[in-house]
Ligand binder design. Structure first.
Ligand code: PLP
Length: 451
């Protein structure tokens, strides 16, 4: 078997190890292949999602160690069994779920994990099933009618239904986020105050939650949001049990090196300290992108080249939906069949077209790749462990991605000393989740479709 030539525009690729690609578990344990070995063995003509379980476990560990409260994984970012399992082995035991399907899935994968229903708008049937069938106790809301629904479907208003948690979602500014989330959800301060006052009588656990927007680039946004939380609590004059600072923690892309996560932890600590809350108040966060993105990359094949445009086998209707938007330039590297001449050293900017017939299936990038990239080459795009395959549709019959586990470090452009990319892989091997996981062994290795 040949080994692939790989080239990375921004940093050299690690040398692929010798040995049989796609090694199986042996008496001495797993040895996952590298991405280059997988490509050499499979020569994939369909998109391949390359998950890095050790990276995910390491990131989870660093979040759990650094955040002064509970870390809830926002399952929407990537619901794959392998991702959930790897994060659980890193110490994640709480999950932010947003739909009946996510709840059922998590209950199957992690029967005893704590699930929190953090979508502020839910159907009555979804609330009732979550409460009755799946033991979900915490519910987000941002309106009086949602509070009515939750109370009706979780035991009524005749008292505090056992363990019921009501989390009022407050609208906060999203000034630096790549994807603002403030337009759709969130109560204005007056509404939030009224909801807290009314909710107090019906909640074992009453909280305030917010979201600064996804891929937030300034830690100060959390302090601004927490200041608004403080004003609302002071005006409501009711006791609060939880403050949930949401998600939004950023990752590095090809041209974005965000502040390190330590700067976000410091901003949150400062913002919370100013509130002067009782020590019993719990802090939660709900990261999606920052927990999962570095743990996955997509390997795509070049089907056609037209000038500086590459037509590849996945696009905005598949795993590159985020890349169709302004501001997401995935880190990239080329993998080439060794039978072909080595790639040129000089890199030039390329754009990508996805496989569907729709002309919006376009990813502007630009992506720096060797000048002579050609049909048959593979390109690997990094930071796609979050909001990659999770956003995919099957338009035009495209969009199926096979999944494989690899041992590579994250394909990112982050300073390895800062943020979640600084994962010590060697520490992750023996990691165990804090609760039973029901993830079949094959779903943890290689699977097709959604595991
Ligand atoms: C309620 C809620 N929590 C958490 C997240 C995760 O956000 P991120 O991936 O930016 O960390 C989202 C993303 O949409 C969300 O809507």
């Amino acid at each position: 078997m040949g080994f692939l030539r790989s080239s990375c525009a921004a940093r050299p690729i690690e040398a692929g190890g010798r040995g049989t690609a796609l090694d199986r578990p042996t008496a001495v344990g797993w040895r996952r292949p590298s991405v280059a070995e997988v490509i050499a063995a499979r020569r994939p003509s369909e998109p391949l999602e390359c998950l890095r379980p050790d990276v995910l476990t390491g990131i989870a560990r660093s979040f759990v160690a650094a955040f002064p409260g509970e870390v809830l994984y926002a399952v929407k970012a990537n619901p794959r069994a392998a991702v959930v399992g790897a994060l659980a082995r890193g110490g994640i035991s709480h999950f932010d779920v947003a739909s009946p399907a996510e709840i059922k899935r998590l209950r199957r994968l992690c029967p005893t994990a704590e699930l929190h229903y953090m979508h502020p708008v839910k159907s009555r049937s979804a609330i009732a099933a979550a409460w009755r069938d799946h033991g979900v106790r915490d519910y987000a809301l941002d309106s009086a009618s949602e509070l009515d629904k939750i109370l009706d479907e979780t035991g009524g208003t005749g008292g505090t239904a056992a363990g019921r948690g009501l989390m009022v979602r407050l609208a906060v500014p999203n000034p630096t986020a790549l994807h603002g989330l403030s337009g759709k959800f969130g109560a204005d301060p007056r509404t939030a105050i009224a909801l807290l006052r009314r909710g107090r009588a019906h909640a074992t656990r009453l909280g305030l939650t917010f979201h600064v927007g996804s891929q937030c680039l300034d830690p100060a946004d959390f302090e601004t949001a927490l200041a608004r939380v403080g004003e609302v609590i002071a005006a409501a004059r009711v006791a609060i049990d939880v403050i949930d600072v949401g998600g939004g923690f950023p990752v590095a892309y090809a041209d974005i090196t965000p502040p390190p996560l330590s700067a976000f932890w410091a901003a949150i600590r400062r913002g919370v300290a100013r509130l002067g809350l009782a020590p019993s108040v719990r802090l939660w966060c709900e990261p999606g992108r920052a927990l999962a993105a570095p743990g996955g990359s997509m390997v795509l094949q070049v089907v056609h080249r037209r000038g500086r445009a590459l037509y590849v086998n996945d696009g905005v209707y598949g795993s590159l939906s985020d890349g169709g938007r302004e501001g997401v330039r995935y880190p990239v590297r080329l993998h080439r069949d060794p039978a072909r001449p080595a790639p040129t050293a000089a890199t030039v900017p390329f754009t990508l077209f996805g496989p569907t017939c729709d002309s919006v299936d376009f990813i502007p990038g630009p992506f720096l790749l060797p000048d002579d990239v050609a049909e048959g080459d593979w390109i690997e795009l990094g930071q796609l462990g979050a909001y990659g395959t999770a956003l995919g549709a099957r338009f035009n019959g495209f969009g199926a991605a096979e999944q494989v586990e690899v041992r590579d470090p994250p394909l990112d452009h982050a300073d390895p000393a800062a943020g979640p990319a600084s994962v010590r892989l060697a520490e992750c091997d023996a990691a165990r989740p804090a609760f039973p996981l029901c993830i079949p062994a094959d779903a943890e290795s290689t699977a097709t479709g959604q595991a």
